[in-house]
Design a binder for this molecule. Structure first.
Ligand SMILES: Nc1nc2c(ncn2[C@@H]2O[C@H](COP(=O)(O)OP(=O)(O)OP(=O)(O)O)[C@@H](O)[C@H]2O)c(=O)[nH]1
Ligand SMILES: [Mg+2]
Length: 357
């Protein structure tokens, strides 16, 4: 039994076959009774097991390229890009691959585990080599700190005894229950499940015993949760809009945004994989209408390919340019999971609340 563990992501691309090759290969697999694997042939750009075809199924006409994946029977999940290392196949597969002179597809070498690249201080800079036009021209680079400034801002998100407390204040079911305070406030809003609470969790990752509750289930946060960052600022984790939004969302969130005197910024979190969606538009229009200062932050960037992210960044930039007035011209990219882009956001929050001494 040979392992396909030598396959890299590049290898997947090499495992593409034209339809005529595949028909022939399919025939080989049909007679392949002792196979310990399930064979999937999936369209190159739709490679998921659900959409995959088994050898018994007819191939789609008119689709010119397919990828061939072998999956162990016991595995229930199979995303080729993620799980390819776990696949096994027999030498017969290799015979097939040689038959179609695609030998480069399978390497007998052990896998070279490429460590996931860390994003730069501003993750948008990592997308720049993909395009020739400047993605963030100097004029739109409103937030462009030095390393030392970023360090100073990060300091704000570390508690320092009684002098600088970072803590949960309260959950407000309506704007009337919001805490009285004169600190500048930043509200974080976005679709349910987009990652608002996770982003806050990440911003406060150096605060022991501070829990920001997150969930895989959309609509988890039901009230506006206030977190105090010393005397510098208050951050507010809002309930999400869209799927399973609270019935009184407009009252909890929109009325709060419209009434709150010490609100200095609203962060609209957008999924990096989807870009701005219909539900986001309603909120953007509301913020524009009320002329409230806001910024668009794209999250979950660890989950999306660079090309999709680039496409969505370009679209968001165009929206900011052509359809907004109250939005900051600079778009931010973050991952609440890996923390990429978060130090830059910390700096921005410190700057906008005038907390950098
Ligand atoms: N990979 C990845 N997953 C994320 C990221 N941010 C959030 N998630 C996941 O997305 C899910 C939802 O995250 P939450 O932070 O609870 O989302 P929310 O916007 O607060 O959702 P509601 O409170 O329901 O409106 C969780 O399973 C998180 O682990 C991210 O940057 N990267
Ligand atoms: Mg939440």
């Amino acid at each position: 039994m040979l392992h396909m563990s030598g396959l890299t992501r590049r290898g997947i691309k090499q495992l593409q076959w034209s339809e005529s090759q595949l028909r022939c290969l399919s025939h080989c697999f049909t007679n392949y009774e002792d196979a310990p694997t399930t064979v999937f042939m999936a369209q190159t750009n739709l490679i998921t097991p659900k959409k995959g075809l088994t050898t018994q199924q007819p191939l789609h006409k008119g689709k010119s390229h397919y990828s061939i994946l072998c999956r162990k029977n016991s595995r229930t999940e199979c995303h080729p890009r993620l799980h390819l290392r776990n696949f096994e196949t027999s030498s017969k597969f290799f015979t097939c691959s040689r038959l179609f002179s695609n030998t480069a597809a399978v390497s007998a070498k052990p896998p070279t585990i490429t460590k996931k690249k860390k994003f730069s201080l501003n993750p948008i800079d990592d997308l720049q080599p993909l395009v020739q036009v400047p993605l963030l021209p100097q004029i739109e680079r409103v937030v462009d700190p030095t390393g030392e400034e970023v360090q100073r801002a990060a300091q704000l998100f570390r508690p320092a005894g009684q002098r600088h407390k970072i803590e949960f204040v309260l959950s407000a079911p309506s704007p009337d229950h919001a805490p009285e305070n004169s600190r500048p406030e930043i509200a974080i809003m976005g679709r349910s499940n987009v990652g608002k609470s996770t982003l806050l969790q990440c911003l406060f990752r150096e605060v022991p015993n501070l829990v920001v509750k997150t969930s895989k289930t959309p609509g988890h946060t039901k009230m506006a949760n206030f977190f105090r960052v010393g005397s510098a600022m208050t951050l507010v984790d809002m309930p999400g809009y869209g799927y399973r939004q609270p019935a009184d969302f407009v009252h909890i969130v929109e009325d709060y945004l419209l009434q709150r005197k010490n609100l200095v910024l609203t962060v609209v979190l957008v999924d990096g994989k989807l870009g701005i969606v219909r539900q986001d538009w309603h909120r953007i229009e509301m913020l524009e209408h009320a002329r409230l200062r806001y910024v668009l932050v794209m999250t979950k960037i660890d989950k999306v390919s660079q090309h999709v992210l680039l496409k969505n960044v370009l679209a968001v930039r165009q929206v900011i340019k052509e359809r907004t007035k109250a939005c900051l011209p600079q778009v931010f990219l973050v991952s609440g999971m890996t923390g990429d882009g978060v130090p830059l956001l910390q700096y921005f929050f410190a700057q906008v609340t005038d907390s950098l001494k």
